[in-house]
Design a binder for this molecule. Sequence first.
Ligand code: AMP
Ligand code: MG
Length: 336
Amino acid sequence: METQVLYPDQAGIARAAEAIREGQLVAFPTETVYGLGANALSADAVVRIFEVKGRPRFDPLIVHVAAPDEVPTLWRSIPPLAEKLMERFWPGPLTLVLAKEKRVPDIVTAGLPTVAVRMPSDPVALGLISEAQRPIAAPSANRFGRSSPTHHEHVLSELTNLVEVVLAAGPTTVGIESTVLSLADSPPRLLRPGGTPLEALREEVPDLHVETPPGPSASPGTLPRHYLPRTPLFLLEPGPAKGSGEHLERRRCGMLAFNEPWKAFGRVEVLSPHGDLREAAAQFFAALRRLDAAELAAIVAEQIPEEGLGLAIAARLRRASAGHARLSGNHVWIIR
Ligand code: AMP
Ligand code: MG
């Protein structure tokens, strides 16, 4: 199969929408990350998402809609809290989980009685969904376990000639996946921190249940290790290097820094020189990919303040991490 790479103008979106209607796969931008989309109401189309990604069947997908009035066809009933959250946070990076209607195929929800739904704000995504005239099931457009793509180049590097269409729209704005909230639980439960800050959610859901860090049971897809770079990644801990471990020269290591560059590393990526967590989130996955491509012995990541979007970044760093490290002189001490 040869992938059609399309500029996301009217003609490109129309062609992509046609591909969705024909049961094909389309990688498309959202404000969070690129999605790998198929007609959510066709089990045959959705099966291919799992095959192409190498995604385990127990990991359910998010269904994307172009307007809130599409949700009654997907959810069995809509509680007042869901109405309130959709009103305030849609379109945007908030996914809501509720009991599903029968017409949503089991493959979409990995056999769960609930379905996750979101209305993205990206105009290309909205144009695609409304022209396709079908809800679109989409996980992130990367191979399973790898970092999410925040640019169409990331998608092309992993999925060229595996999907029919890629809408090439450049970088995404939020850069980190949606916050996933289950309203099927009582009290409502945070399943994944993401692009909608927890602080804002709590204003509407004061009794929100949050496990810190979220346990693997919270949501089927939240495996403890995920977003994996090929290069081992270690979280930097304060304190002197001692105990059992291994020294690596700093120049053989990469550094993923929050707001200030660190000295003597082989390569440094600064997420936000102004210390802005939104900017850091937008840069996060691309910076991780650049470090991963630099053929380093290890990547060391600075801890990110766990507030606002920092909570989502910190959660992803934990899951991308192979362990911990400390600095000693011009060396990195990998803690074993
Ligand atoms: P991704 O599409 O890779 O962003 O992953 C979507 C994630 O949303 C899944 O890995 C699950 O953690 C979560 N999710 C989707 N549907 C459900 C559901 N019905 N119940 C609980 N979590 C869900
Ligand atoms: Mg993903």
